[in-house]
Design a protein around this ligand. Structure first.
Ligand code: FAD
Length: 378
């Protein structure tokens, strides 16, 4: 019998699995695919990590804790997990997101450089920002290599003795106060505790327990672009960035390993009736048009689309996460609804989940992600 069974060994599940095995727990990691892969929310190689958080200053302690854990993962394994490119948040003055970035930095004494459009265009000539734009540059944050991080956690968890059940579909979950039995097609996995972290398909798993969570899967796209003046955008010369004007939010990465500039739109996206079906990139005109228009307005004109991909966000109604025990179960936790901004926290959340599943206090409080805030809709 395992101490913990994890259904969904992606960003959060694999991290939790690793931290549990580091504490000597026996762990079964079950996944419908073979992570890292392109069927969830973690592909596309890179994710931003920001500390002065525009979504709310309450996220800052978790972001800083996660940053420390990413750096120690990199040190332990010599794998490339984090690139300190710095992150520039920019947009028109008096916008709520940028105000919250500033407030987060002030509250937690984070270093943040205030920049005018002129400063930005001069330091990074790959930008051509309107004169009324402002920016906040955080030089200690940057880019995480998401697929490599999951690969690394997987390698370490296996080394520590975790059993991996990959490409397996869960048929049923039977529970009692003493044990949980997860039935796969040809085998049963038995454990004391269960963590469900199945990303966009979490409700397909909780349905087996007659529970529906308030999750909204969205089809999202992202693109790699090539610029005529590509040297301006190389890692080391160009920062990672986020843009918010109150109506739309975009994010981007410097050109890392000659792959091209990576750009995506954070808000919007199309509702997915069936999270298993993702229409390919280019199905809708906006897939290409939005990022091309954005780059031509805020970066340089001679930039073209090279490649686009589709991915999924799993949003909650308030876009904050869900990390909690399932109602009426003292031995089943769920971690989901990461609403397009969860990856940066995966190390910290994985470690906190591991502690909670062992009956210990998490290093950072996850109280604000309790399910009870949606009591009326469960
Ligand atoms: C295009 C894009 C850009 C993003 N950019 C950023 C960013 O810059 N910074 C940031 O912090 N975050 C970003 N995010 C968000 C972040 O990547 C996600 O919040 C995070 O990856 C979610 O982790 P997860 O563990 O919930 O999902 P996943 O990593 O998808 O893991 C879920 C796992 O569950 C498995 N699974 C599903 N169903 C079952 C089942 N029935 N049985 C067993 N296993 C199952 C899946 O195969 C998968 O491996 C972005 C997301 C996207 C899509």
């Amino acid at each position: 019998m395992y101490d913990v069974i994890i259904i969904g060994a992606g960003s959060m599940g694999m991290a939790a699995g690793y931290y549990l095995t580091e504490s000597g727990q026996t762990v079964a990691l079950i996944d419908a695919f073979d992570p890292p892969h392109e069927e969830g929310s973690h592909h596309g190689e890179t994710r931003l990590i920001r500390h002065a958080y525009g979504e709310g200053s309450s996220y800052v302690p978790l972001a800083l804790h996660a940053q420390r854990l990413w750096e120690s993962l990199e040190k332990k394994t010599n794998e490339r997990i984090f690139a300190k490119t710095g992150v520039l948040n920019f947009g028109p003055k008096d916008n709520i997101f940028l105000e919250t970035v500033k407030k987060s930095a002030e509250e937690y004494l984070l270093p943040l450089e205030v920049m005018t459009a002129k400063d930005i265009n001069q330091r990074w000539p790959g930008f051509q920002l309107d004169k009324d734009a402002i920016g906040y540059f955080e030089k200690s944050s940057g880019v995480l290599f998401s697929e490599n991080a999951i690969r690394t956690y997987r390698m370490l968890a296996e080394k520590n003795g975790a059993d991996l059940y990959m490409n397996r579909f869960v048929q049923s979950i039977k529970t009692s106060t003493e044990q949980i039995t997860v039935k796969l097609e040809n085998e049963a996995v038995v454990g004391t505790k269960l963590l469900i972290a199945a990303g966009k398909r979490t409700n397909q798993v909780t349905k087996l327990l007659n529970i529906k969570l308030p999750l909204i899967p969205l089809r999202k796209t992202f693109s790699w672009m090539t610029a005529a003046k590509n040297s301006l955008y190389k890692e080391g010369r160009f920062p990672a960035w986020g843009y918010d004007d109150g109506n739309s939010t975009y994010y981007g990465f410097p050109d890392i390993n000659e792959k091209g500039l990576k750009i995506g739109r954070h808000d919007g996206g199309r509702l997915l009736d069936d999270p298993r079906v993702l229409e390919r990139f280019g199905t809708y005109p906006e897939d290409e048009q939005e990022v091309v228009d954005f780059t031509h307005k805020h970066l340089l004109k001679n930039i073209e689309l090279k490649e686009g991909k589709v991915c999924t966000y799993t949003n909650t109604p308030d876009e904050d996460f869900i990390i909690d025990y399932l109602p009426e179960y003292e031995n089943i936790m769920v971690a989901c609804g990461f609403s397009g901004h969860g990856f940066k926290f995966a190390s910290g959340i994985g470690e906190c989940l591991a502690n909670m599943l062992m009956g210990k206090q998490p290093a950072v409080s996850l109280e604000s992600f309790r399910l009870s805030r949606f009591d009326d809709s469960i």
